[in-house]
Design a protein around this ligand. Structure first.
Ligand code: GLC
Length: 522
């Protein structure tokens, strides 16, 4: 491993949900020029790359994850010319761009599907998956994964909503067309891709029923052994990697569907994906609460698997599909201690951190009435599951009307805390999560140990304290987090330890206030 900074491994990636970041034209929806106008902010924060959730033409049945044209920009978000300018302006600031590739399915409004459904003999028919009779597969967003298309009397497969028909990756023409989509954006300057549910591209050729198991919803009552993770995925990843490697420093990160660390590493390597998500820290619940013991177990679990396989991990606390970390863990509206902890873990564990927009100011999920819910699974499963709109609220830039996001009422309500919780206010507050994040990002840049160093736990710490060192031959950093409600102290390893960054009121090295995070160097 060389010491040269490798952007996708040493860098930090910031996820933008374009419709919620910045609205430049006053239609209540964020857009590409809005993002462009905020690049200086991202540079000031210190991120190395942006992952843009989909901005392609879409009828919005799954808010951009149902694409009707892979090679254009939805006019509500801008134009291809805006995209080109965004690439240029981002690159001028040393920021790379990662695009979301949603290639398991198209929108039902995509020209390919419109043609495919015309007749059983249409040249495009086999671009999708049709059957006279459905099998038992279930859609992740509820109900059967098959819908009857009355015109031709056959059922088509859709793993998500019925407006998202699954593509038939076994058809060589489909494969070619989709690889061309990568080429199209590579040529326009994209630095990498996030592959949406990539491990579901291939289904078992005979579409057998999935075996049943216990579970709450229909989808969870099956072992998903025939509708995902088929062996054909590996040669495709080889081919994709080969394509990416014909350009300098390009990157692909996969969204592993139903991820475990084991499954995730199997898709990564020098001839496969650079990285894939395993959502190690997003599943704490009543049985497995967010505390020092649970977090350590999760870190050890992934370190064992990724370490043994020699695969570089990624770290995710929040994204557009999950309740935000600050909402999951905070004890009250004004309490940012837990958000500091989550940020410290995100930026100091071994792996590439993915920050979700607004995470740097501790944005919380919005609460919606049933009538306000837009997200399809939220509509379907309310009140048991309220969907994903909560984490997609507009970015809180300042205390002005519409939070500096737009001049009109945004597509989703603003969080009512925005007059107090916003970028401008936190910039001016030395103790804010924003300034903590910014300092930690700067420390990562300065200290190779925080990027490449080994991770070694401190033993004999009190049960509420999680502490670990990141170390290289010449450098040591110690991160200590007190998950408890009372002060705690622990024995420091030998050396002259100095606190370089702490949340809350400073304490001497080896002491931590309740809910405090402390970063030390030796
Ligand atoms: C992925 C996306 C999610 C989307 C789904 C279907 O899980 O992250 O937002 O709804 O795929 O495309």
């Amino acid at each position: 491993m060389t010491d040269d900074f490798l952007w996708w491994q040493d860098g930090v990636i910031y996820q933008i949900y374009p419709r919620s970041f910045a609205d430049s034209d006053g239609d209540g929806l964020g857009d590409l020029p809005g993002i462009m106008a905020r690049l200086d902010y991202l540079q000031e924060l210190g991120v190395d790359a942006i992952w843009l959730s989909p901005f392609y033409p879409t009828p919005d049945k799954d808010f951009g994850y149902d694409i009707s044209d892979y090679q254009d920009v939805d006019p509500r978000f801008g134009s291809l010319a805006d995209f080109d300018r965004l690439v240029e302006e981002a690159h001028r600031r040393g920021i790379r761009l990662i695009l979301d590739m949603v290639l398991n399915h198209t929108s039902d409004q995509h020209a390919w599907f419109q043609e495919a459904r015309r007749s059983r003999d249409d040249a495009r028919r086999d671009w999708y998956i049709w059957r006279d009779q459905p099998n038992n597969w279930q859609a992740a967003f509820g109900g059967p994964a098959w819908t009857l298309d009355p015109l031709t009397g056959q059922y088509y497969l859709h793993s998500f909503t019925k407006e998202q028909p699954d593509l038939n990756w076994r058809n060589p023409l489909v494969r070619q067309a989709l690889l061309d989509v990568f080429r199209f954006w590579l040529e326009r300057g994209a630095d990498g891709f996030r592959l949406d549910v990539f491990n579901a591209y291939f289904k078992h050729p005979h579409l057998p029923d999935n075996p049943r198991k216990l579970g709450l919803r229909g989808f969870d009552r099956q072992h998903h052994i025939y509708d995902m993770d088929q062996p054909e995925m590996m040669p495709l990843l080889n081919e994709l990697r080969h394509l990416l490697d014909t350009y300098p420093e390009r990157y692909a990160v996969g969204e592993t569907y139903m991820a475990t660390p084991q499954k995730t590493v199997s898709y990564c390597g020098p001839d496969k994906l650079h990285a894939a998500f395993s959502f190690d820290f997003t599943s704490s619940n009543l049985l497995y609460p967010w505390n020092a013991v649970w977090v350590r177990q999760k870190i050890e679990g992934r370190e064992d698997v990724f370490g043994a396989a020699g695969i570089w991990p990624t770290t995710v606390m929040s994204n557009h599909d999950l309740p935000r970390a600050a909402s999951r863990y905070s004890r009250g509206a004004g309490d940012d201690a837990q958000a500091h902890m989550a940020m410290a873990l995100l930026l100091t564990l071994r792996g590439t951190p993915f920050i979700y927009y607004g995470e740097e100011i501790g944005m919380r999920d919005i609460a919606l009435k049933r009538s306000e819910i837009l997200d399809p699974p939220g509509k379907k499963f309310w009140p048991f599951y309220k969907g994903r709109d909560g984490c997609r609220a507009p970015m809180q830039w300042d205390a002005s009307a519409q939070a500096g996001f737009s001049t009109v009422q945004p597509w989703l309500p603003l969080h009512p805390d925005y007059p107090l919780r916003n970028v401008e206010a936190q910039r001016a507050d030395p103790g804010s999560l924003f300034n903590f994040t910014k300092k930690l990002l700067a420390l990562r840049k300065e200290m190779p140990a925080l990027r490449r160093g080994d991770l070694v736990f401190l033993e004999d710490t009190p049960p509420s304290v999680l502490a670990y060192r990141r170390e290289t031959a010449g450098e040591e950093v110690l991160v200590a987090i007190n998950f408890g409600h009372s002060p705690a102290s622990f024995r420091l390893p030998d050396g002259k330890w100095e606190v370089v960054l702490a949340s809350g009121t400073p304490e001497p090295p080896g002491s931590l206030g309740p809910g405090q995070v402390c970063v030390m160097t030796n």
